[in-house]
Design a protein around this ligand. Structure first.
Ligand code: OKP
Ligand code: ZN
Length: 344
């Protein structure tokens, strides 16, 4: 299958995150994408192609347009205000404060448009976000043009970004924008299967009230795992979306037995829904040696994921999300894709 990749991801570098009481270098770093690209090349997955340029109209259909327009302004306004380092929020409009008045100050607008301090901006961040978006839509256009599958090697990732908020290394929700694009170009229904270790809270929120996108999520139990405030089994969708959201919160220590069983169940739900296209939010932070995660999948498990998804027999768009065991991320992510190709 073809991989879409842009070197412009690399401008998003040297980022930091607030984690358990300390500002630390972010686990989400440029070498992640480079290891995946190198492995795709090494195993001969297929051509590695640059993205085409897309406008942000589709992004404005899944995100609040004001949120989309905010992001390109962040770095310039942050430096104009006399700040340096990483642009990060420090106040959030949580319960008891007013969430209906947008403040003027950049450091406060960052809080208005985020749910944590895990999505900072440096000078090259917006350009990287924009390239990641183009990567996702270029790969989506291949799939809607008849390719059986395509791999969007997105960086930064997207599944924590909601209609009007960033967080958890995510800014534009690449998988959701791609799903919307597929709907706008001939698909009647799309399923998003999110296999990243963390719950894709942004994707869930975006499609929660809609029946044309089914969202299936396998992840660490939010009672004890990031993003903590969404991802429980009783969240099933609402209104038109009632019954089209499925969460599989799994305990720390889950290995292939438990994880693979959840995948089989999710695939049954997917088949029952009958989508025209599958979008896979592909995170490989389920790996046993991932530094921020607590599942126990091993390298040999990743091709099994790909084979299971291939057996659905549907056009499939893989969109890269998380995975922080940098040395092994390439082998594991590309393992899913070669597993898919073997089945195909
Ligand atoms: C992004 B993706 C846990 C710190 C968590 C944010 C994690 C974001 C993961 N101690 N920091 O879903 O892989
Ligand atoms: Zn993750």
């Amino acid at each position: 299958m073809k991989t879409i990749f842009s070197p412009r991801h690399a401008g998003h570098a040297g980022n930091v995150e607030l984690m358990t009481g300390k500002i630390m270098p972010a686990f989400e770093m440029p070498s992640r994408a480079e290891f995946i690209r190198a492995r795709a090349e090494e195993v001969g997955l297929g051509p590695i192609l640059p993205p085409d340029a897309f406008d942000l109209d589709t992004a404005r259909r899944v995100h609040d347009p004001a949120y989309v327009d905010f992001m390109p302004t962040v770095w310039e306004r942050w430096t104009a205000a006399g700040f340096d380092g990483t642009a990060l929020p420090y106040t959030w409009p949580t319960r008891g404060l007013r969430g209906d008045v947008v403040p003027d100050a950049i450091e406060a607008q960052l809080g208005y448009y985020s749910f944590d301090a895990g999505a900072g901006f440096v000078e090259g961040t917006w350009d990287a976000i924009r390239s990641s978006h183009d990567v996702a839509l270029t790969a989506a256009s291949l799939v809607s043009g008849g390719e059986r599958a395509a791999f969007a090697l997105c960086r930064p990732p997207g599944h924590h970004a909601g209609r009007a908020f960033m967080g958890g290394y995510c800014y534009l929700n690449n998988a959701s924008i791609a799903a919307q694009w597929l709907l706008d170009h001939g698909a009647g229904k799309v399923s998003i299967l999110d296999v990243d270790y963390h719950h894709g809270n942004g994707t869930q929120e975006i499609f929660y009230g809609r029946g044309d996108v089914q969202v299936l999520n396998l992840h660490g139990d939010p009672k004890v795992e990031y993003p903590y405030f969404l991802g429980h089994a009783d969240e099933r969708g609402e209104g038109e979306g009632e019954g089209f959201n499925h969460n599989y919160p799994l305990p720390w220590g889950t290995d292939w037995d438990g994880w693979g069983a959840a995948l089989v169940d999710a695939c049954l739900k997917l088949v029952a829904y009958g989508p025209d296209v599958v979008v896979v939010s592909l995170g490989v932070d389920t790996f046993e040696r991932d530094p921020i995660s607590k599942f126990k999948l091993v390298t040999e498990d990743y091709p099994k994921i790909g084979r299971r998804i291939e057996a659905l027999g549907l056009p499939t768009l893989f969109v890269m999300e998380g995975g922080y065991a940098v040395e092994e991320i390439g082998v594991n992510a590309v393992g899913v894709l070669t597993g898919f190709e073997e089945g195909n």
